[in-house]
Write a protein that binds this ligand. Structure first.
Ligand SMILES: *Cc1c(COP(=O)(O)O)cnc(C)c1O
Length: 367
C-alpha cells in the first residue's frame, strides 16, 4: 500500500524531539500562546523573510484576521481565484465582503493576472492570490496592478510554506499573508494551526490584538475580536518541525522530479509545470487525466491512494450560489475540477515508491 499521504513515517523520524518539546509545555503549563509559540513565531518570520509572524488557531483564522487588519470592510470586493480551497473565499465572506472570482491560468493553476484588471470595480479593496498546490502565483503583474490601483494584496499561502517567486518567499510579497498548519499541510501541527505574516508593524499589531480578544493591555479591549490563539502544544510541535522543513521540501521536490522523469512519455496525461519564476514545494503533485475516476479506481486496486484538489470550483459550490455563476464561467478552474488527480506526495516517499506509482499509473491510463 502507498497511501496518498502518510503522517506516521514523519512522526517516527522526529518522535524523540517532539516528546521533549511537548514535555516542556507540560512542565511550563503554557497551554495557550506562551514561550513555545513565541519561539516558533520568530523562526517562521525568519523563514518567510518577513518582519512579523503572528500564530493563530487555523489557516482560516489567519486569512480572516489578515483581511480585517488590512482594512477590508463589509461591502468591499475582494478578487480571488475560482479554483482554491473553500476557506479562501469563506474568509472574504466572514467580513461581509464580496468575493469576485477570476479564472486560473491553465499552466500554473494559480490566479490568471491578465483576468484581474477586468474584475476591478470602484468597490474593489484587495486581491487575494492563492499559491495553489505549493506553487507561487505570478506575483509581479498582480503587484503591479495593485500599486497602480491602490489595492491591498492578501496572499493565501496555506499550501506554500517555503515556496518562492523569483527568490522571494510566498507570504512575504503582498501586504499580508496567511498560512495553515493543518496536519496534512507541508508544515503541519498536531492539531489545528495557522499564522499571519507581514512586514507592516501596524498590521501585525492589529492581528496580535484580534487573535486575543482585542486587548491592548490586560482587561482593556480596544477592538471587538476573537479567540484565535495558538495552543502551546502546536507551537512546540511546529518549532521542532522548523528544523526539518527545508529537508522535507527537498524530499517533495525529489519525488516530483522522479515523477516528472518517469511520467513524461505516458500518453493521455498532463504533468504539473514548475514555472520559470517558481520554487514549487509540491503540497500537491496534480496531473490532468481525462478518465480520472477509472484511473483512480485502477490505482486503488493496485494499492495506491490518490486524491482530488478540488472536485468543485468555488463558483459551482452550492454555498456560493449567491454569486450567480454557472458552468462555463471559468473554464480552466472547471477543467481542474474535472480532470485533476493528486498522486501520493510526502517528503518520505522513497524513490522505489515513486517508481511503483509511476508504473501503475502508466498501466492505469491504457484505455
Ligand atoms: C488549508 C487551506 C486553508 C485553510 O486552512 P485551515 O488551517 O484548514 O483553516 C485556506 N486556504 C487554502 C488554499 C488551504 O489549502
Amino acid at each position: 500500500m502507498i497511501s496518498f499521504v502518510d503522517l506516521k513515517v514523519q512522526y517516527r523520524s522526529i518522535k524523540d524531539e517532539i516528546k521533549v518539546a511537548l514535555d516542556e509545555v507540560l512542565e511550563n503549563t503554557a497551554f495557550v500562546l506562551g514561550p513555545a509559540v513565541a519561539k516558533f513565531e520568530e523562526k517562521f518570520a525568519t523563514y518567510c523573510g518577513t518582519k512579523h509572524c503572528v500564530a493563530v488557531n487555523s489557516g482560516t483564522s489567519a486569512l480572516h484576521l489578515a483581511m480585517l487588519a488590512a482594512g477590508v470592510k463589509r461591502g468591499d470586493e475582494v478578487i480571488a481565484p475560482a479554483m482554491t480551497f473553500i476557506a479562501t473565499v469563506s474568509a472574504i465572506d466572514y467580513i461581509g465582503a464580496k468575493p469576485v472570482l477570476v479564472d486560473v491560468d491553465p499552466v500554473s493553476y494559480c490566479m490568471d493576472p491578465s483576468k484581474v484588471e477586468a474584475a476591478i470595480t470602484p468597490r474593489t479593496k484587495a486581491i487575494m492570490p492563492v499559491h495553489l498546490y505549493g506553487q507561487s502565483a505570478d506575483m509581479d503583474p498582480i503587484l503591479d496592478i495593485t500599486r497602480r490601483r491602490n489595492l491591498i494584496v492578501i496572499e493565501d499561502a496555506a499550501q506554500a510554506h517555503g515556496a518562492e517567486y523569483k527568490g522571494r518567499r510566498c507570504g512575504s510579497m503582498g501586504d499580508i499573508g496567511g498560512f495553515s498548519f493543518y496536519p496534512g499541510k507541508n508544515l503541519g501541527a498536531y492539531g489545528e494551526g495557522g499564522a499571519v505574516v507581514t512586514n507592516r508593524d501596524d498590521f501585525a499589531e492589529t492581528v496580535r490584538m484580534l487573535r486575543d480578544w482585542g486587548q491592548e493591555k490586560k482587561g482593556v479591549h480596544v477592538l471587538k475580536a476573537f479567540n484565535y490563539r495558538m495552543e502551546g502544544f502546536q507551537g512546540a510541535v511546529l518549532g521542532v518541525k522548523m528544523n526539518h522543513i527545508e529537508a522535507w521540501t527537498e524530499g517533495r521536490r525529489r519525488a516530483a522530479a522522479i515523477y516528472n522523469r518517469l511520467l513524461r512519455d505516458v500518453p493521455g496525461i498532463v504533468l504539473p509545470a514548475e514555472m520559470p519564476y517558481a520554487r514549487h514545494v509540491y503540497h500537491v503533485y496534480g496531473i490532468f487525466v481525462r478518465n480520472r475516476e477509472a484511473v483512480a479506481r485502477k490505482l486503488q486496486e493496485a494499492g495506491i491512494g490518490t486524491n482530488v484538489h478540488y472536485p468543485n470550483p468555488i463558483h459551482l459550490q452550492p454555498c456560493f450560489a449567491e454569486l450567480g455563476h454557472k458552468r462555463g464561467d471559468f473554464p480552466n478552474a472547471e477543467r481542474l475540477a474535472d480532470e485533476e488527480l493528486s498522486l501520493p506526495m510526502y517528503p518520505e516517499l522513497t524513490d522505489g515508491q515513486v517508481e511503483q506509482v509511476s508504473a501503475a499509473l502508466a498501466l492505469a491510463t491504457i484505455p
